[in-house]
Design a protein. Structure first.
Length: 102
């Protein structure tokens, strides 16, 4: 067997679909463009409740439209704890305080 022929789990290859693992295992995931899944559907539904931020159908894909909506939300509510367009802890706390459970 040739040395170095096995790839490590962090070889710089494509990131698997799903929420980014930027938070502790017990905390809610940080969501950003490219992520998919039920957490993204929840975010889309919450953003849809505000009507001015996001009007797309909740399809579970964090695309450029969701990213722009999150960035606009962050700007309009002066949220600086997360990078622009990234749904992290600061944005999540603010949005959840302004919306009902989807």
């Amino acid at each position: 067997a040739a040395a170095g022929s096995s790839a490590s789990a962090d070889d710089g290859g494509p990131r698997p679909a799903g929420p980014s693992q930027s938070t502790s295992p017990s905390g809610p995931p940080v969501l950003r463009e490219g992520d998919t899944g039920p957490e993204v559907v929840e975010l889309q539904k919450r953003m849809g409740q505000l009507l001015l931020q996001y009007v797309g159908m909740p399809d579970g894909t964090y695309d450029a439209g969701v990213e722009r909506a999150v960035a606009r939300y962050q700007d309009s509510h002066h949220i600086t704890g997360d990078p622009s367009g990234v749904y992290g802890a600061a944005t999540r706390a603010d949005l959840e305080s302004r919306t009902k459970e989807p």
